[in-house]
Design a protein around this ligand. Structure first.
Ligand code: GLP
Length: 264
C-alpha cells in the first residue's frame, strides 16, 4: 500500500485528481474500451470532484468514454431527495462534466427487490469488465462505502444496517435530526472494492486519525474494513497531515521518505 501524505485537504484533493486524470488519459478510453471509475460520496471527495471538473472545463480531461459505478445509496430515500447519493453525484459532479447518463450506475435504494438490485449491480460491474479505479473515503470507524465494522472482508453488494455512529455522523445532512437519516443502505462489498484493479482512498481530518492508524499500522481486521486494502496489490491512501495524528512518528517518516520523489 502507498500512503501519500499531503499538507492539507486542498493538496490531498489535487493529488487525487491528478492521479485519476493521469489514469484516465493513459487508458485512452474509447466507446469499445471505456474507463470504469468507482465513485464515492461524502465530504472527502468534494475537493477531488471540484478539481476534476476544473480539468474538464480547461479541456484537459474528458469523461465521454468513462463509465461510473457508485459505492452506495440509502434505502427508501427518494432519488430526488437532496441528500440521496443520486442527488449528490449529479449536483456535485456528473452534471458538470461530459459523462453520458447511460454510463452512470448508482444503486437503486427504492427497488422493489433489493436483493436482485444488488445482484444485478455486481453483474453489471462484471459485464463492464470490472472497475479500473475505485475512489473512496472512509468513516471515522474505518468503514469503506457502507461496510460498517464487522462487515465481511469478502462481502459483495448488499443491504447493510447503518451503525448509530454513522447515523449520528450523517445527521448533519438531515437537519441534525438522527430520525431523518435512513437506517439502512445498499453498498458495494469490501470484496467488490477489492476486485478493482486499483483503489484510491482519501482520508482527511483529525476525526479520521484512528481509522488511518488501523488501516496502515494494524492487521487486516473486519472491525476496520478499510484495513482490507493491505491485501490489495494496487492500493493508495492519500491523506492530509491532520489525519496522521495517530501514526507512529517512524511510520509517518517512513512514508514521507519513500514517497518523496514520487510526484504521482
Ligand atoms: C458515508 C459514505 C462513505 C464515506 C463516509 C465518510 O458513510 N457511505 O462512502 O466515506 O460517509 O464521509 P465523509 O467523507 O463526509 O467524512
Amino acid at each position: 500500500m502507498r500512503l501519500i501524505i499531503e499538507q492539507d485537504y486542498d493538496l490531498m484533493s489535487k493529488w487525487a485528481a491528478n492521479y485519476v486524470a493521469k489514469r484516465i488519459k493513459e487508458a485512452n478510453p474509447t466507446p469499445d474500451k471505456p474507463f470504469k471509475l468507482g465513485c464515492p460520496t461524502g465530504s472527502s471527495p468534494l475537493g477531488l470532484y471540484r478539481e476534476l471538473i476544473r480539468k474538464f472545463e480547461a479541456g484537459e480531461l474528458s469523461f465521454e468514454n468513462v463509465i461510473t459505478f457508485n459505492m452506495d445509496e440509502y434505502v427508501n430515500l427518494p432519488e430526488e431527495h437532496p441528500e440521496s447519493y443520486h442527488s449528490f453525484m449529479w449536483n456535485n459532479f456528473f452534471s458538470k462534466i461530459n459523462i453520458k447518463k447511460e454510463n452512470v450506475h448508482i444503486l437503486n435504494g427504492n427497488a422493489k427487490d433489493l436483493v436482485k438490485e444488488c445482484a444485478d449491480y455486481e453483474a453489471a460491474i462484471v459485464a463492464a469488465g470490472g472497475i479500473d479505479l475505485f475512489m473512496g473515503g472512509i468513516g471515522p470507524d474505518g468503514h469503506i462505502a457502507f461496510n460498517e465494522p464487522g462487515s465481511s472482508i469478502a462481502s459483495r453488494t448488499r443491504q447493510k444496517t447503518l451503525t448509530t455512529d454513522t447515523i449520528i455522523a450523517n445527521c448533519r445532512f438531515f437537519d441534525n435530526n438522527v430520525d431523518l437519516v435512513p437506517k439502512t443502505a445498499l453498498t458495494v462489498g469490501v470484496g467488490t472494492v477489492m476486485d478493482a484493479k486499483e483503489v484510491l482512498i482519501m482520508v482527511n481530518g483529525h476525526n479520521k486519525a484512528r481509522a488511518l492508524q488501523h488501516a496502515v499500522e494494524e492487521g487486516v481486521n473486519h472491525m476496520w474494513t478499510i484495513s482490507a486494502l493491505q491485501l490489495h496489490p494496487h492500493a493508495i491512501i492519500v491523506c492530509d497531515e491532520a489525519a496522521c495524528g495517530e501514526l507512529k512518528v517512524d511510520t509517518y517518516k517512513y512514508f514521507k521518505d519513500i514517497e518523496k520523489d514520487n510526484l504521482l
